[in-house]
Design a protein around this ligand. Structure first.
Ligand SMILES: *[C@@H]1O[C@H](CO)[C@@H](O)[C@H](O)[C@H]1NC(C)=O
Ligand SMILES: *[C@@H]1O[C@H](CO)[C@@H](O)[C@H](O)[C@H]1NC(C)=O
Ligand SMILES: *[C@@H]1O[C@H](CO)[C@@H](O)[C@H](O)[C@H]1NC(C)=O
Ligand SMILES: *[C@@H]1O[C@H](CO)[C@@H](O)[C@H](O)[C@H]1NC(C)=O
Length: 325
């Protein structure tokens, strides 16, 4: 990723060098923050009074926004750009900035005269959640982001999703695994998200426990070799509604637990993590006084905790075997 960024930066600097005698400004923006580009026509007294108005912000030849009395948004930006024409200034805010926004931006008068050039570098500071717990028949969006140049067509883009090292979904040269549908088995990618946001997320519907696994996303944009997207790896666990009672030390009158719409939150997971310790220190149920020594547990969480116990067992088993603990 870093190598690719460096390569891209070099390309952008070269592109900037070609824009001779222009004031070129470099800015670094955090991924997923808002960023505003402003073009101040009042700084250009020679053209400020000229009519008709025709001023635009462009990214690699693609319109971000154009103002000619009315505001026109470019197709790649219409869903996340807000522009204003105010007091001789054309301002456009990208909300939010995505990795693909690393580009050369120009403010142009009648599509010809360059008034301002800005080179945006995007920092990969934003990491989405990469651990997902879902129930059977739910759906999930496994996030992945890449740098897809605005000047490329989808035909130059390839995306590879692997599950536990095996190919799961491959969009090769803009061609989905089951053309013309972007749906393959229960998974799909969004063409619009790829082009507008450089978002390479995989959507999976009707989850089953077999979908549990480690998912990795790779992509290539034209001549570059495939590189990992961000985040490079996500974990998915699909829980069944039927609780595995054999490892549940409590007799659960299973009624209110594991509602399909209440996912474990971060707070839940933190609480769950203390559970294996509590299990270790608890007094066997046959022993008198067990009621007092075992802290009361919120019954609603029992279902979730049981699921996590399995995961913990799966994780702890190999660790113990490897002598790590
Ligand atoms: C970014 O822009 C969006 C849309 O205009 C707005 O809802 C959001 O509050 C902005 N975020 C920040 C941090 O300004
Ligand atoms: C503004 O300039 C662009 C680029 O030259 C041109 O395509 C467009 O038609 C112009 N718009 C108006 C309203 O003149
Ligand atoms: C999941 O969906 C299938 C098909 O619609 C259905 O037969 C099954 O009962 C559902 N499972 C659960 C746990 O809801
Ligand atoms: C489960 O909940 C329903 C409705 O709240 C109630 O009628 C039923 O008796 C409960 N069953 C058990 C085993 O607690």
């Amino acid at each position: 990723m870093k190598v690719l960024c460096l390569a891209l930066t070099v390309i952008l600097f070269s592109a900037a060098a070609l824009v001779s005698a222009q004031d070129v400004q470099h800015v670094t923006v955090d991924f997923w923050k808002n960023f505003t580009l402003t073009c101040d026509l009042t700084m250009h007294t020679d053209i400020a009074a000229q009519q008709p108005l025709n001023i635009s912000w462009e990214a690699m030849g693609k319109d971000v926004v154009r103002y000619d009395g009315n505001m026109h948004y470019g197709s790649l930006f219409q869903n996340r750009a807000s522009a204003t024409w105010d007091d001789g200034k054309l301002s456009v805010t990208l909300h939010p900035v995505v990795l693909s926004d690393a580009d050369v931006y120009e403010c142009l008068w009648h599509g010809r005269k360059t008034l301002r050039t800005v080179i945006i570098t995007v920092l990969e500071t934003y990491y989405e959640e990469d651990i997902f717990v879902r129930y059977v028949n739910d759906s999930v969006r496994l996030p992945c982001w890449g740098i897809i140049s605005k000047s490329r067509t989808l035909e130059k883009v390839s995306v590879y999703w692997k599950k536990n090292g095996k190919d799961l979904y491959s969009l090769v040269g803009g061609r989905p695994p089951n053309p013309p549908s972007f749906m393959y088995n229960n998974a799909f990618m969004s063409q619009d998200l790829i082009q507008e946001y450089g978002e390479l997320s995989l959507f999976i519907e009707n989850l089953s426990p077999e979908d549990t696994g480690t998912y990795k996303c790779w992509y290539s944009d034209d001549n570059f070799a495939a590189v990992p997207g961000i985040p490079g790896s996500v974990e998915l666990t699909v829980l069944d509604y039927i609780l595995p009672t054999e490892i549940d030390p409590f007799v659960v009158s299973d009624n209110s637990s594991s509602s399909p719409t209440s996912y474990p939150t971060m707070a839940d997971q933190e609480q769950e993590e203390v559970w294996p310790e509590m299990q270790g220190t608890s007094v066997p149920e046959t022993s008198p006084g067990a009621e007092e020594t075992v802290p009361p547990l919120p019954w609603v969480r029992i279902g979730i905790i049981s699921g996590v116990l399995i995961i913990t067992a799966l994780v702890m088993g190999p660790l113990v075997a490897m002598g790590k603990i």
